[in-house]
Design a protein around this ligand. Structure first.
Ligand code: OFO
Length: 162
């Protein structure tokens, strides 16, 4: 059974994962209308992955006797200056999510909720991978002089777990 404090922080994270899904969806749409079909595909896939993360929180909260709350959605930015700036934003957002997951780990220890502590480790590892993946994209972008080739090749830079 989840404590009220743990239920609250997990519901807050559920909302953050939902926002992650929305922000990547908005970025995908912007990339698509600006002619970057490959980058849009990468971002649509990322948005789907974040929705799966949100659903993992939803299922866990309900399975442990809490009530998962579906949050109101906040409109993400609709325009992005450049592809470089867009991916810098992705990295910044993933770092924010990593910090939030870390907070949950700290809360698990504080509240002696070792079940949630074990469960949340999947997200700890996922964040290491997501940050590394986006850093790799930014490195490739810095080396790339041809956006057509970058856009064609970006899906090959995806790691496919959720
Ligand atoms: Fe980006 O991993 Fe969830 O938020």
């Amino acid at each position: 059974m989840l404590s009220e404090k743990m239920e609250k922080i997990l519901n807050e994270q559920l909302a953050k994962e939902g926002y992650s899904s929305d922000i990547y969806l908005a970025m995908a749409s912007w990339a698509e209308v600006n002619g970057f079909a490959g980058i849009a595909k990468w971002l649509y896939a990322q948005s789907e992955e974040e929705r799966v993360h949100m659903l993992k929180f939803l299922a866990y909260i309900n399975d442990r006797g809490g009530h998962a709350i579906v949050p109101a959605s906040e409109q993400p930015p609709k325009n992005y200056e450049t592809i470089q700036k867009l991916f810098e934003k992705v990295l910044e957002h993933e770092k924010y999510i990593s910090a939030a997951i870390n907070e949950i780990v700290g809360k698990c220890i504080e509240l002696k909720d070792y079940t949630t502590h074990t469960w949340i480790q999947w997200f700890v590892n996922e964040q290491i991978e997501e940050e590394a993946q986006v850093k790799n994209i930014l490195d490739k972008l810095a080396l790339s002089h041809d956006m057509y080739i970058f856009d064609r090749d970006i899906m090959g830079m995806r790691s496919e777990d959720e």
